[in-house]
Structures are given as C-alpha cells and as structure tokens.
Design a protein around this ligand. Sequence first.
Ligand code: ATP
Length: 744
Amino acid sequence: MSTEPIRDEQKFITSLYARLDDLRDRAEEAVAQALRAPGTGSAQSRLERDVLVAEGSGLLAAFNAGETGLCFGRLVFKDGRDHHIGRIGLREDDPARTPLVLDWRADAARPFYLATGHEPMGLTRRRHLTTKGREVVSLHDEVLDLADRTRTGHEGRDADEVLLAALDAARTGRMHDIVQTIQAEQDAIIRTPHQGVLVVEGGPGTGKTAVALHRAAYLLYAHREQLARRAVLIVGPNPAFLGYIGDVLPSLGETGVLLATPGELYPGVRATGTDTPRAAAVKGDARMAGALALAVRDRQRVPDRDAPLVVPHDDGDLVIDHDMTLDARNRARETALPHNLARPHFVFRILDALAEQLADRIGADPYGGPNFLGPDDVALLAKGIAANPDVHDAIGTLWPELDPEEFLAGYLADPAHLPAEDAAAIRRDGGDWTPGDVPLLDEAAELLGRDDSAERALQEAERQRRVQYAQGVLDVSFASRTYEFEDKEELDEDASEVLSAHDIIDAERFAERQEEADHRTAAERAAADRTWAFGHIVVDEAQELSAMQWRLLMRRSPTRSMTLVGDPAQTGDPAGVGSWEEILAPYVEDRWRHVRLGVNYRTPAEIMAVAAAVRRADDPGFEPPGSVRSTGTEPWDRTAGDPVAAVAEAVAAEAREGGRLAVIAPPALHPALAGALPAASHGPAPDLTRPVVLLDPRQAKGLEFDTVLVVDPDGIRAGSPHGVNDLYVALTRATQRLGIVRPA
Ligand SMILES: Nc1ncnc2c1ncn2[C@@H]1O[C@H](COP(=O)(O)OP(=O)(O)OP(=O)(O)O)[C@@H](O)[C@H]1O
C-alpha cells in the first residue's frame, strides 16, 4: 500500500489545522479584547462589545468543534473539482477566499453521502479519511468511475468498511455524531425542508436519534438567522438520555439548542414526583383539557337567588345578586378571553350595576319622575364604589384572579368533571409536582391567562427603540466584517459569511441583549419563558408523549415546524398515544410527512432474532428492521436459583470483554442488584460513562451499550400494560453481546 497519499493528506490536514488555530486565536483575541475594552458605559459601546463577543463566541464554538475530525472526506470529480469535506467549512486566507474544506451540510458535499456506482453524481473517487487527533491514520478510497484506472492502493474491498468500523467501535456512554458515515436514506431525512411536521419512524437502532440530531444541526446551518433567534428545542424521554445525546450537537459546532424532558417544560417547576401508571394515563388523556376548562368555569360563581352578597357602603348596602352576577358573567365569558383576562370585564360590569343600584336608590323621585342624579353624579358614585376594597373582596369570591399552580393544586385535591375512578386515581393533596402535572399546569396557564397588558405595552415601546438602535450598530458591523469563515455553498459567495455578526445575532435579539441584565442566549431565554415559540422542535421517543403533552408542545410550535421520531413498538408510557394520525390530526389534519428508516445499525442479527421472537409471540407477523451486521456471538439465556448472584458473576465475566455494560432489570430487583454490584452506577440519573450501569427498562430507552444483561424478562413483561414493549427495548440495547438471566 502506498504511503504517499497518506503523506499528502497529512500535509493538507496539517495546513488545515494551522488555519483553524489561526482563526481560533483571532476569535479568542477578539472576544478577549471586546471584554477588556473599557468602553464608555453607553448603550452604543455595550452593543458594540456584544456584537464582538457574540460573533467571537459563535465562531469559537464552531472552531472548537473542528478540533476533532476536522476533515474526514474528499470528493474528486471528473471535471477536475476536488473538495475536502469537514465538520466545519474553512477558507484560505487569500483575496479569493478559496475554500479549503466544505462543511458537511453544504449542498456541494452531498455526493459524499449519496453517490453510488450507479449514480456517481460526477465523482470519480470518494475518499474517507480517518484521523486520530491531527494525524491521518488511514484512507479508504471508493472508485466510482470504472473508466478511471488510477489506483492509490487504498481502495477498499467493501464500501461499508468505514461504517462497520464505526458500528463496531466500543461504546463510551455518550452518543457520537455520524457525519462521516451518514447513509443515503438518512441524508434525505436530515435535509428535508424544515416547514411542517416530519415523522421519522423506524425500529430499534435504525438511527432515528442520530438522524434527528443531525437534522437539527443541518437546519441551524441552512436557516441560521431564523433558528438562532427562535432556538431549537429537543425533547427526550429522561435526563439520562439527554446526557447521552448532549455532546452530539456541540461536536457539530451547534450550541443554540435547548434539550429538555417533557417534565421540564413548565418554567419554574421541577417535576420530582412520580405518578402511578393509572394516574399518568388519566393525566395524559385529552379529556383532561375539557375537565380543567370546566373546573375554571366552576370558579366563576353566581350567588344563589336567596343568598346575594351584601357589602355595607356609606350610602347604604350594596347588593350583588344572582341576576346581576349572571349578566356580568355572561358578558365576561362572551369575550372568550382566558379567565384572568376576562375578569376585568366581569368586574366593570358589576361595578356599573352597583353604581346604577345606588343611583336608583339615592336619586329616585318619590313621585315617579326621572332620577335626580345626572351622569356626573352617577360617575362619582361609581368611582366611590370602585375604590371600596370590600366590594373588590366580594367580587373576588365570585371571579377570583387565579394562579396556575394554586389552581391545579386545588383541582388535584378534589378533581371534578371526571369519572369517579379517574378522579380517585389522580386525587392528591399537596406533594411534589410530577411530569404528568406539567402539561396540566401549562393547560391551566392557558385557560387562566395573565393580565400583563400594561407591562407589555411599556416593554414593547422600549424594545422598538432598542431594535432601531441595534440595527444601526449591526449595519456598521456588517460593513466592516473581517472573518473568512466558510460555511455555505462554495459558489454562493454572498452566503458564505454565515457566521458574521449578522447571522449569529439579529437586530431584535441583539436589542434584547442590550439590557445589561439579560445576556442569555435564545435557548436560555426560551427555557425560562412558557410562551416561547421555538423555530423548530425535535421530539425523540415521540411515541411516549401523552395527548396533553402534545397540546403543550404544539403551543410551543405555532409554525408546526417539527421533527418527530419514534417507534410505536417501543411505547412504554401508559399515557403514550397509539398512532401518529391520532397524535397529529387535531393540529395539522393529514398535512404531515412520514418517512421510515429500515436498517438496524446497532443490534447484531443474532440479538435481533431473540428480540423479534419476543414480539412474534403476540404478533406473528412482526418484522423487525434488518441488522446491518452480525457478530457471530449468540446471546445466552440462563435460569438461576439466585438470579442476583448469577448477574454478579456474569458481570464479572463480561467485564473481561471491556466496554460499557448495562444490567436492565425490573425496579423491584434494583436494591438487591445494586448491593451485589457495588461498582454499578444506578438511581434516577445514572452515570452512563461508568463501565457498569443498572437501569430499569424505561431508563434504558434510546441508550446503547456494548454488553447488556436482561434480568427477569418475564417480570419486565408483566410489569406494566406495555410490558412487552419494555422488554423489546431492553433486548435491543446491545451493540455486541446479550445475556438473559431468569429467576428459577
Ligand atoms: N450512518 C451511521 N453511521 C454510523 N453509525 C450510525 C449510523 N446510523 C446509526 N448509527 C449508530 O447506530 C446506533 C443506533 O442509532 P440511534 O440511537 O440513533 O437509533 P434509534 O433508531 O434512535 O434507536 P432506538 O429507537 O432503539 O433508541 C447509534 O450508535 C448510532 O450512532
């Protein structure tokens, strides 16, 4: 094998890193200088500093991402074009700003993922470069033009060699990006236009999570301005999963993303409680929306005919009676505003009616003539009544101002408008909020509304002033841009300055940053704002979400720009919704796209056969996704009188193989197993980077390990209404070896 091509590539890679170092130094210096600058303390100087810091920080994140695997591919075209492909794009420091390496997301990089012998897309050769640190360790060439007789000695026998090496690599407890080996079917999904709802379905290990994350990175690249402002939200099933996937986007240079579990989507509330499966199912059901709406109406009361409210007043008692309240309530409800926003209508109506009542009494002509009081007198009376705190207290008992948390706590203590057994399942007096309560709090917040009109008007006027100001500063910055960061289609010169200040920050966001106190990114601000509208939402394990959680998420996505990935065969949550049609019809009818991934990249064929047999017991026609590889290692299956001791023994034996190992067992066995496996990480947020972790099947969702031991499969299956799905999930987590331990 010739070493010359490796030497040549090494020379190129070394020069590329020199360029990266140079750009990084400059960006670092720009940030440091901006922060050091004394400034005048004026709004103008603060804005200028923020432009520089934002620009420098965005570039630094991308440059740091480039440190590992900066360049991993090369495309040689028949027409003489020759491009290197990398994690980020960089340009030469010359007047022509010659592209050095293309961003993997650029259109020109697509043949790297799509070209085949049948459809070479103009390529003669595609090269995969494998690097370790800054050193080129191997090359793998694919010749796509059979007429091309040049040979480098690095032509592989098998085009999938690079992919298989990636799939076979030992796991680290953290998901890695797949930019070097994205498959054609995955590439198409990653680059699907961002408008509308895209559902990505596929069995275990088909790369749904990987594809969803790369799609987020692609959309941030293709629509940077819009998405940097509105932020991208990624929803995953539990904190361990979010930790597992948390490195992928930063490794692609993207940081403007908020990762959250569904239980974290109501700012200010930490859902630390747990619901019974029955309570979770009731709370997740769409009927809860109706029940809560009725419960809010219950708080809009009318006194009985024979029990009006009487408020003593200087000019005689004020009587708030049935008819007066009913009329005020109807008027307020007719506004169709949320409870707290309709409240002023109710209040004014009652105050008017009371003023009339008093006027009728005081100014009545005993001889039946017109009232003695003129409009000014009545207005004065009304003013007096409006200033009377007792009147407001009385009105408050009829139409109180309500806070979502207080309201929901009250509702859960005595749940109304539900069948008795459902109400009993969710009844709770006090205690911690649960993930199932979060969408109910959000629903309550929607139904109640917050009367912040005065506050908003003031803020808006101030914001407009700042936006105008910021636009001026940005225009100055745009005119004097200095960076050569290549980020887009190489031929599209105008679009190549994507990471200049204009793209990282626009006038609106920038103006917001002008407030000294608020230097947060869009993602940070989104995390704190219940009414935030995200630019795009990715939902992983989407089959787990309840109807109520969907209502919450759809409110966060008014444009319905969403990527939903999931597998109905893996549904574990008792509140999970049955079909995509059922989930989506209320929001987008049938206007959504559905794509499937059909190849299992994780689980070897031997393990998949065992997992599929479990499902076939209930569903003989069940077809799992085909595994891309087999390892020749058959799973083992043991019955043991002392399953805990058997697991400890098996863990010790498997440890010799190295890599990461997970013991997946029903929660009831965890205390005993944790005792027998002192080195295992376990609990609500296990450390997945440890060599051994102990998980229950729900925690294992979305994760993968070199070796998996499934303990008491029958117990897992019997453990919940979706037990068979939980077992299927547990059995499909291994990339190399699977063992099963059954209690005798
Ligand atoms: N094109 C690819 N190149 C390299 N690795 C890949 C590729 N596609 C998927 N993988 C790997 O396959 C494994 C499974 O991918 P992923 O977790 O995204 O699957 P999934 O469909 O979300 O699985 P599940 O539904 O079981 O959680 C991961 O290790 C992922 O990195």
